[in-house]
Design a protein around this ligand. Structure first.
Ligand SMILES: Nc1ncnc2c1ncn2[C@@H]1O[C@H](COP(=O)(O)OP(=O)(O)O)[C@@H](O)[C@H]1O
Ligand SMILES: O=C(OP(=O)(O)O)[C@H](O)COP(=O)(O)O
Length: 398
């Protein structure tokens, strides 16, 4: 049996030091948070512990820094926002587990919150070497007496602050992780059919691996965003300077051969001469992407084709924006797909940091989605039937 946050509260946390792993990986424009959804989602667990008198130490990552401190990836803006939402100061430690983190946590009052600096500033966090990760986990463990895993968006990562630390501290599942798993469970049982999955985004290599496992489970797979170009290349099209995962082209061709009836790829693309809001743009057929240009959104014919499939669905899962929605000229595809899902009346789940942000930033009707999940890759791996290391480890000790 997995122990939960409520079990921990029941054991009594007043004066105890509790390490919480949250997913605070928010989209930033410079140092401004463009969507604080993940901070809001992390709030209930942190608040619950603080109100119960715990000394709360929050661990989180931001982006993918290269295992060393990099001011661009500092959690400072997040500490500020978390403090505003909590209505209390949140001290940001200057390091992950170093002298400043130790001093900040040693000086904590009951009910206070310290945020450790981006855990990915330490190369051991994401190391493939288990001994390295275990070493960092032991250092996290010195800062706390218990661990609450609440970062749903990152439970698919076997990383020190997600997985290894749960093996060295008494570990509990946070409310967000439990709530997310409960909703996603509805998609793994017997989803009402037709079951349509819409994929896009830019974490192409991560997600291409999931497609193969998902295909037998779904009726239709709509592929937009950055991952579409690997499939267009597999169909023999030139994709210019668009995102392309060359190593996966052969697999994409095999998937199109074997499941061509289920997979829908873009028939037209919005292309640009640069990755910029003021780039020159054009809308072309998927087979006519100019060599020096890049595809940054799906075109209107594609949106129409995707919307028709979505309109007939009873269950929809969407991860990954259909285009670079952050830049106005490339937002129409994501808006169109999102609106079609909202209008479908299907049981609909949208997951992922950027996908969830897109719903809010583009002003799509949030209330028309059945669930907006904080995790994209994590949701996909769960739907694929894969074990999530950050969840599995919570049951290990019992
Ligand atoms: N054609 C494209 N080329 C490059 N980037 C893209 C393209 N389409 C979408 N994106 C980018 O994908 C990013 C989100 O991808 P991803 O992290 O995979 O999604 P999520 O966070 O929802 O899981 C967005 O920032 C968006 O700008
Ligand atoms: O943004 C995240 O995932 P998502 O883009 O799949 O929703 C999580 O914070 C995990 O980040 P990672 O994919 O760099 O490990």
């Amino acid at each position: 049996m997995v122990k939960t946050l409520e079990d921990l509260i029941g054991e009594g946390v007043s004066g105890r030091r509790v390490l919480v792993r949250s997913d605070l990986n928010v989209p930033l424009d410079g140092s401004a948070i463009t969507d604080d959804g993940r901070v809001r989602a992390a709030l209930p667990t942190i608040k619950r512990l603080a109100e119960a008198g715990a000394k709360v130490v929050v661990a989180a990552h931001l982006g993918r820094p290269k295992g060393e401190p990099d001011p661009k990836f500092s959690l400072r803006p997040v500490a500020g926002r978390l403090g505003e939402l909590l209505g209390a100061d949140v001290r940001l430690a200057g390091d992950v587990v170093g002298a400043d983190a130790q001093a900040a946590t040693a000086a904590q009052a009951e009910g206070s919150v310290v945020l450790l600096e981006n855990v990915r500033f330490d190369p051991r966090e994401t190391s493939k070497d288990e001994a390295q990760r275990a070493e960092l986990a032991a250092e996290f463990a010195k800062l706390a007496d218990a661990f609450v895993s609440d970062g749903f968006g990152v439970v698919h990562r076997k990383q020190a602050s997600v997985y290894d630390v749960a093996r060295v501290l008494p570990a509990y599942a946070g409310g967000l992780v439990l709530a997310e798993l409960e909703v996603l469970g509805k998609l793994t049982g017997r989803p009402e059919r037709p079951y349509v999955v819409v994929l896009g985004g830019s974490k192409v290599s991560d997600k291409l691996a999931v497609i193969e496992a998902l295909l037998p489970k779904v009726d239709t797979l709509l592929i937009g965003g950055g991952m579409a170009f690997t499939f267009l290349a597999a169909q023999g099209h030139g994709v210019g300077k668009s995102l392309l995962e060359q190593d996966f082209v052969d697999t994409a061709r095999k998937l199109l051969d074997e499941h061509g009836d289920k997979i829908v790829v873009p028939s037209d693309v919005v292309v640009a001469d640069r990755f910029a809001a003021d780039a020159a743009t054009d809308t072309v057929s998927a087979g006519a992407i100019p060599g020096e240009w890049m595809g940054l959104d799906v075109g209107p014919r594609t949106v129409e084709a995707f919307a028709a499939k979505i309109a007939g669905a009873k269950t929809v899962f969407w991860n990954g924006p259909a285009g670079v929605f952050e830049l106005a000229p490339f937002a129409a595809g994501t808006r169109g797909v999102g609106q079609a899902i909202a209008d479908s009346g299907a049981f609909s789940v949208v997951g992922g940091g950027d996908s969830a942000a897109a719903v809010r930033v583009l002003g799509l009707p949030e209330e028309k989605f059945s669930h907006i999940s904080t995790g994209g890759g994590a949701s996909l791996e769960y739907l694929e039937g894969k074990e999530l290391p950050g969840v599995a480890v919570l049951g290990e000790g019992s």
